[in-house]
Design a protein around this ligand. Structure first.
Ligand code: ADP
Ligand code: MG
Length: 681
């Protein structure tokens, strides 16, 4: 059997043990090699009781001179041991009769634990114990402590790992010259050291991420990720997708009907998308552009290219409100061109739904807009050529997969206003092509942001009144109450009532997440039509809502919201030419952290810059809720700390696939055996 096949073999264990190993994510024999200790215990050195230091785990040996079960303050076993230097108390709150026997007077034991100054002198609570002969040899290596699950003891795990370290070749998957170039230690040395370190390493140095052994493992993990991303990218380029040759006729007609011209950035990204569509393999392109940068019209242009070439297009948005807005807007743009647009959402009445499904299935509807309902089993397209996902980061990787399965392999355009930080783009999103709209449409007056303490709420209400009296419109966003949706709803209802009184005779509307979508649409429609001057809303308006005449936004309890969310919300104003204002009301006193975050949003209008600073405050683990989205997270490497290793792995991956394909294959086999399905996203 060759080394790869050996590594991929299932663990050698009885079914019951295998089940426990499976819980730890250990399926293959090589997984055991990569199951690294959390920490270490030092049983290589014996301290005299009198000399043993406080504050860390130590090993001492002595003869039991007293052992008794005490009953005060609670039942416990108290044992005293003695060596030539002094005595020590061993205390057990939980104990078995067998331990009591092991600790009978006259026995010699070794105890490992931390010594503390107790009320009656020095003591160890619940030490690890072993009965020994005098002069028994000490351990030659530090004792690894592994992550484990109930019923799987450290000695059992340790034996299994050790036997795999012996049985497997652990040959390097990095070509020797590459390894030396990168100044990395050999793989075998790295894992042997970490599993059974010699005593010249302290338990502390062994957990230092800068230790060469850890650097090597981090690199290998990142390399496996990069290799699989490259392969996914390649596989996609070998997949088949309809080649869409754009004639430009429909696009030209839409352009002619718009009250504005596309910005240079919009034209450029439309060009990038059209080039992709013109290829016979599926596009996976991410369109990034700040809030208000005009992604919708870009997606419409892409859709028209596909429609003109005879294909259907699907456009999915994460919320009903947003999907509905897209539906309204795109219908208004496309209906005059004779293109039928279908609407599909979870809340459609049965009859309407059947009608929409039929239109999609028989090809009458050339564009289908909706929520995730679009990608459920009962939706069958006649010939889907392009699927577009708005606010892509709202969907998990799972949905990215579902899209792909529908109607073969359509091209995919994903849109997001949330910039992906560079390290994440380089790692988890490395298989996407990216287009960026880096310019806002002209004629926007920058939004003025004001930070106002909640004590001055009345002045803010007054300001809303004056703005609306002058023909403007305003959003009033109610606070996020994470603990209770009911409370959040109640707050919105109360605020609506209060503002209706305070602002009479202005009309104040209310929209929240618990309303039926038809009700929401009605209220939004009234607000768009300026029948309502003020719209009280929960954060449902966070994404994508577009009412250009609204030039004022008040956000209550801004300190409770995430920066990305605040930025998205604020982006709902400043869409027309009127001077726009966003008032962030905050509750005093502010914590230092809240102050720092509000300062970021106050000082910056660029979403990318805000995301960058937000990331500094929060760290990438939080980003995009990556942990929940099913992405295989890195076990050893850390995107913040290991940027250099990530860069090196990224550079090496394509070269390795080209020059050392069999090493690349072994590397992937070791690191990703059985996990490939995660990486096809
Ligand atoms: P987002 O990128 O946040 O999805 P939208 O597509 O909703 O932004 O566009 C925001 C607003 O800007 C819309 O009212 C849209 O019609 C308008 N818009 C888009 N492109 C331009 C342009 N080139 N010039 C003027 N206004 C534009
Ligand atoms: Mg949008």
């Amino acid at each position: 059997m060759n080394a790869i096949d050996l590594a991929r073999q299932p663990v050698l264990a009885a079914p019951a043990t295998a089940k426990k190993l499976e819980k730890l994510g250990l399926r293959t024999r090589f997984d055991l090699v990569l199951h690294l200790p959390l920490r270490y215990e030092d049983e290589t050195h014996l301290f005299r009781i009198a000399d043993a230091p406080y504050g860390s785990s130590v090993l001492v040996e002595g003869e039991v001179i007293a052992a008794e079960v005490q009953f005060k303050p609670r039942r416990q076993l108290v044992v005293q041991i003695e060596d030539t230097s002094g005595t020590l108390v061993l205390r057990f709150i939980h104990f078995y009769p067998s331990q009591q026997r092991q600790l009978a007077k006259g026995k010699r034991v070794r105890a490992l634990g931390e010594i503390r100054r107790g009320f009656h002198g020095d003591e160890m609570v619940h030490p690890k114990l072993r009965e020994v002969e005098e002069g028994a040899p000490l351990a030659e290596r530090l004792t690894p402590i592994y992550p484990t699950v109930n019923g799987l003891t450290q000695p059992v795990l340790r034996r299994m790992v050790q036997s795999e370290l012996k049985a497997q070749s652990l040959a390097d998957t990095l070509p020797e010259m590459v390894r030396q170039d990168l100044d990395l230690v050999p793989f075998a040395d790295a894992v042997r050291l970490l599993h059974s370190p010699t005593p010249d390493y302290s338990a502390k140095t062994l957990t230092d991420p800068k230790l060469p052994a850890w650097q090597r493992l981090k690199f290998d993990e990142l390399l496996a990720q990069q290799l699989s991303m490259r392969l996914a990218y390649r596989a996609r380029r070998q997949g088949r997708a309809p080649q869409i040759v754009d004639q430009g006729e429909l696009r030209g007609r839409l352009s002619a009907s718009l009250p504005f011209a596309l910005t240079g950035a919009q034209q450029r990204v439309v060009g990038e998308i059209l080039q992709d569509l013109d290829k016979p393999h599926p596009m996976h392109r991410l369109l990034q552009g700040d809030v208000g940068s005009g992604k919708t019209i870009v997606s419409a242009m892409a859709a028209l290219a596909a429609i003109e070439a005879g294909f259907q297009v699907a456009l999915m948005a994460p919320t009903e409100i947003l999907a509905e807005q897209h539906y309204i807007k795109l219908s208004a743009w496309l209906a005059p061109l004779g293109i039928e647009v279908a609407w599909l959402s979870g809340s459609l009445k049965k009859k309407q739904k059947t009608e929409s499904l039929a239109a999609v299935a028989d090809g009458r509807a050339r564009l289908a807009v909706g929520t995730h309902a679009l990608f459920q089993g009962d939706v069958v397209f006649q010939n889907l050529g392009l699927s577009i996902v708005d606010e892509q980061h709202r969907f998990g990787v799972g949905q990215r997969l579902a899209l792909k399965d529908k109607g073969g392999e359509p091209h995919q355009l994903m849109m997001s206003a949330t910039p992906i930080p560079r390290t994440l783009a380089m790692s988890f999103y490395a298989d996407l092509d990216v287009s960026v709209i880096d310019e806002l449409p002209p004629g926007r007056t920058p939004i003025v942001t004001k930070l106002v303490g909640s004590a001055r709420r009345d002045e803010v209400v007054d300001y809303v009144r004056r703005t609306c009296a002058g023909g403007g419109q305003a959003y009033w966003v109610c606070p996020l109450i994470e603990e209770s949706e009911a409370l959040q709803l109640q707050t919105a209802v109360d605020t609506h009532q209060q503002l209706t009184e305070d602002l009479a005779p202005l009309s104040v509307g209310l929209v929240h997440g618990r309303m039926k979508s038809s009700e929401k649409a009605e209220v939004m429609g009234q607000f768009s039509g300026n029948e309502l001057q003020v719209l009280v809303a929960t954060t449902v308006i966070e994404v994508g809502v577009d009412v250009p005449n609204a030039s004022l936004m008040v956000i209550e309890h801004a300190e409770r919201m995430g920066l990305a969310q605040l930025h998205q919300l604020r982006g709902r104003v400043g869409r027309g030419s009127a001077k726009s204002v966003c008032v962030l009301l905050f509750e005093t006193p502010l914590s230092e952290l809240a102050k720092a975050r509000l300062k970021v949003i106050y000082e910056n209008t660029d979403g990318f810059e805000i995301a960058r600073q937000d990331l500094q405050i929060r760290g990438p683990g939080e980003f995009l809720g990556a942990r929940q989205s099913g992405l295989p997270m890195l076990r050893f490497a850390n995107l913040e700390e290991d940027l250099e290793l990530l860069e090196a792995a990224r550079q090496l991956a394509p070269e390795m696939l080209k020059r050392w394909p069999s090493e690349a294959e072994s590397h992937l086999a070791r690191w990703l055996a059985g996990r490939e399905q995660f990486l096809k996203a």
